[in-house]
Design a protein around this ligand. Structure first.
Ligand SMILES: [Zn+2]
Length: 302
């Protein structure tokens, strides 16, 4: 995968609520702090919870120590010549690409207008319309305030503890969360919650279908991502290769329910599945990628 250095980063699609990012008044361009060592088993369990509740619910009942949004630093930093070296600027570009694709594709495929949703970058803890959350929950989408939330240090956890080391894990994760935004916009998510209430015995199975659809949407975006451009028409990606798609599939496998249960030293228990097995997650990412068509992501009809 190669990003285009000529593409402008639209940081208006980001809410920077990192403590060090906003308000600090430093001259922009600060590096993202990356933890030097993982948290061992505790870290893994935290990650497990993270990935399992990735749909945006079950956020921890903690009181978030939350920084206010301030985009001053990131705006300046992502305007600099070395922006593609910066994790936050690259992630902002991924968000730009994903939203630009859906803005065009959602009306074509589903007859609905796309409503932009910001991604909130936070450190450690954040207040959301779905309650207070800490980084332990991993990236998530909150349907109540239509925002994606991510502590970017999650990628280090993904690489160190779950073995998903490729850069393409990052756009895959974001595209999955924006898939949940689309499900919220077109009513799939609300339908699914109603079905869960009517049929609580199948609540997890329904959740799996919602999650696999978000994986499939991520694949459909990946297929079309090289067609996306910034406001001036400069392409955001120069290339996406088979290696990137392999990294996307590896990530999907790394966060499958069965794999996570095994990682945690548990027996594989299908009753506890909420996101789908590694094989299912790969299969639906692949379906999205092969067709490039979000309408092919009919996980509820299969
Ligand atoms: Zn999800």
């Amino acid at each position: 995968m190669e990003l285009n250095e000529r593409a402008d980063v639209d940081t208006s699609q980001i809410e920077d609520r990192r403590g060090g990012g906003g308000g600090g008044g430093g001259g922009g361009g600060f590096p993202i702090p990356i933890p030097t060592s993982g948290g061992g088993i505790v870290g893994l369990i935290v990650t497990l919870i993270a990935v399992l509740v990735g749909g945006g619910f079950g956020v921890n009942a903690i009181t978030g120590d939350d920084a206010p949004a301030d985009n001053g630093a990131i705006e300046q930093s992502c305007d600099a010549a070395d922006k593609l070296q910066k994790l936050d600027c690259r992630n902002a570009l991924y968000v730009n690409s994903i939203q630009s694709w859906w803005a065009k594709r959602l009306p074509e495929s589903f007859g609905e207008q796309y409503q932009p949703a910001p991604t909130v970058f936070f450190d450690q803890a954040v207040q959301t319309g779905c309650g207070a959350a800490d980084s332990g929950v991993g990236p998530f989408y909150c349907p109540a305030d239509h925002k994606v939330f991510i502590d970017l240090t999650f990628y280090q956890v993904l690489a160190d503890q779950l073995g998903a080391k490729g850069e393409f894990a990052q756009p895959y994760v974001l595209a999955h969360e924006y898939g949940h935004h689309v499900q919220s916009l077109i009513g799939t998510e609300a339908d699914m919650r109603r079905q869960q209430e009517r049929d609580p015995d199948n609540a997890n199975e329904l959740s799996v279908k919602l999650e696999l659809q978000a994986d499939c949407y991520a694949g459909a975006w990946a297929k079309n991502a090289t067609q996306t451009a910034d406001a001036d028409g400069d392409p955001i990606f120069k290339s996406i290769t088979d290696q990137d798609i392999k990294e996307g599939l590896d990530t999907a496998a790394a966060i499958g329910d069965d794999t996570l249960q095994k990682q945690a030293g548990q027996e594989v228990n299908p009753d506890g599945f909420t996101h789908g097995t590694s094989a299912q997650r790969q299969q639906w990412f692949r379906t999205g990628y092969d067709t490039g068509d979000p309408k092919a992501c009919n996980t509820f009809g299969s």
